[in-house]
Structures are given as C-alpha cells and as structure tokens.
Design a protein around this ligand. Structure first.
Ligand code: FMN
Length: 259
C-alpha cells in the first residue's frame, strides 16, 4: 500500500530538515566576496559522488574553473551571464565515458562506445551528482545556480577545458555565499506531475491555467511589478525557437549518440 501524503493537512509532520532544505531551494545568482574554502568544495564534490550511479559507471567528472580569464570567457559564451565570472566557485559537470575506455584497455578488451544508452546514463549521472552537491552546498549556507548556458558554445568550452572525446560538458554551476534572498519559484501543481498508474492528463489544462496565475504573481512580485508572464507564455515562447541545434553534431563528433 502506498502511503499517500494528504496535502489538505498541514505538512509539518513530514517537514524534517532535509525536506525543508530541498523545498527551500532557489537559484542564487549574486554572491558575497566571502571565499569558499577548497576543503569545503572537496567535501561537496565527494558528496556529489555519493549519489546513485547507473550500473556503478560513475560517469561524471567535474572541472573546477579557477582562472579569471577562463571564467570571463565562459561568462561571455554562456550568454553574458555575469555570475559565471563573479561566483567564488564555478564547476563544470562533464558526462564522462573516457575512463571506461581506459579500464577496458587495462583489461585488454575493447569498449563498444557511442550508444545512446551510454549517453543517457552518463548524463543522468551528472544530474544526480550535481543535485546532491547543490543540496549539500545549500545545507552549509551556500547558494548556487546551474548554468546550461555553457552549451551555447559547447565546442569552445570543451576546447578550453581540454575535454577529450567521450567527455562532454553537460552544465556548469556557480556556488558562493548568497548576496540575495529571492522568493521561491512556484512549481507545477502536484497532480500535473504525479500520475497514478496511468498517464492521465485530462485535468492538466485547468490545473496549468490556475498555476499560470501563480507564476504571473511570482514574476510580478520578483520584478517589483515590471515583469508579468505565465508559465505557459514562457514555455510556448521558448519552445517556438530553435534550441542549440549544434548539440547533436557536437555530441556525435565527441563519440556520443552514434548508435
Ligand atoms: C541544467 C540546468 C541549467 C540551467 N541553466 C541556467 C543558466 O544558464 N542560467 C541561469 O540563470 N539559470 C539556469 N538554470 C536555473 C533555472 O533557471 C532554475 O533552476 C529554474 O528557473 C527554477 O528556479 P529555481 O532554481 O530558483 O527554483 C538552470 C537549471 C538547470 C537545472
């Protein structure tokens, strides 16, 4: 039997510290000058490593980018995202099947690479690793923001970081002590994302219309009345444009998604 959580009841019963921390997440894009000790970064990365990993492949490598001139380039390539340059810590999470080639070589076998399945597992590993790391960072008072913008110029990023074939940069992450306290960005209603037994979206239109109004109110509050947009407007506007059409060719060149 599933123990469903009755959302009409106060949720305090299940609000332990971990859940409170996760539910309090919001991206941080402005940081104080307070440095983040390298020992803490190391611990956070080790905590990322503790995440589940598909078939134990451990398909994520992290490049910590420290040099100001490299940060400046990454900030521009990401679409002029200043915080990429300014954040005390910037990490690039890379899906990595290269070391598997190495171990196969060490075992005297030949790795069959290029499978879409390997791309999925290494990419998922990066997501799990990074989110473990993000949650751990937030538990220590740090804040952060993922940076998918590095994929705008993915070939330049890969060249800058000397990434070999079978390694690709999935996203970056800014970390530092928050110098802002943004309000939470409302998520979709639970009934839209949690389906029971079958995928039934018959209630989604009405639920999303309602959610749209909450997102609109969020943007109005966050922007001091300057910006007003629903989630549907944001998504439809975004999804009518091409999105990084260079990705497939880049990934194929790097040995991913060949079969
Ligand atoms: C993989 C990934 C890539 C992202 N890339 C960017 C980015 O390039 N720039 C940015 O400002 N935010 C980026 N974000 C942050 C999202 O915009 C943010 O998580 C989302 O709007 C929800 O807001 P919240 O994190 O404050 O709850 C990214 C998030 C993820 C998960």
């Amino acid at each position: 039997m599933l123990a469903y959580i009755d959302l009409t009841q106060p949720e305090e019963r299940i609000m332990n510290q971990t859940i409170k921390l996760l539910r309090g997440h919001r991206s941080i894009r402005k940081f104080t000058d307070q440095p983040v000790p390298q020992a803490l970064v190391n611990e956070l990365v080790a905590t990322g490593q503790a995440a589940s990993t598909s078939s134990f492949i451990q398909g994520c490598s992290v490049v910590q980018v420290n040099r100001p001139e490299d940060r400046a380039k990454l900030a521009v390539w990401s679409g002029n995202q200043r915080y990429v340059e300014e954040a005390p810590v910037f990490l690039v999470f890379c899906a990595d099947m290269k070391r598997h080639q190495l171990v196969c070589d060490m075992q005297g076998t030949e790795m069959l690479s290029g499978y879409a399945e390997q791309f999925i597992t290494a990419t998922v590993d990066c997501g799990l690793f990074a989110q473990n790391l993000m949650a751990a960072a937030e538990s220590t008072g740090l804040g952060g923001c993922y940076i998918g913008g590095i994929r705008n110029q993915i070939a330049k990023v890969a060249a800058l970081l000397d990434l070999p074939d079978l390694v690709y940069p999935v996203f970056g992450m800014c970390l530092g002590y928050p110098d802002q306290d943004p309000i939470l960005r409302p998520r979709l209603p639970l009934e839209v994302v949690l389906k029971q037994d079958r995928y039934d979206d018959s209630g989604d239109r009405a639920a999303i219309a309602d959610y749209d109004q909450r997102v609109k109110a969020y943007y109005l509050e966050r922007s001091g009345g300057k910006r007003s947009m629903t989630w549907s407007e944001q998504m439809s506007g975004m999804l009518m444009k091409e999105i990084r059409p260079h990705m497939l060719e880049f990934l194929k060149k790097r040995g991913f998604l060949l079969r």
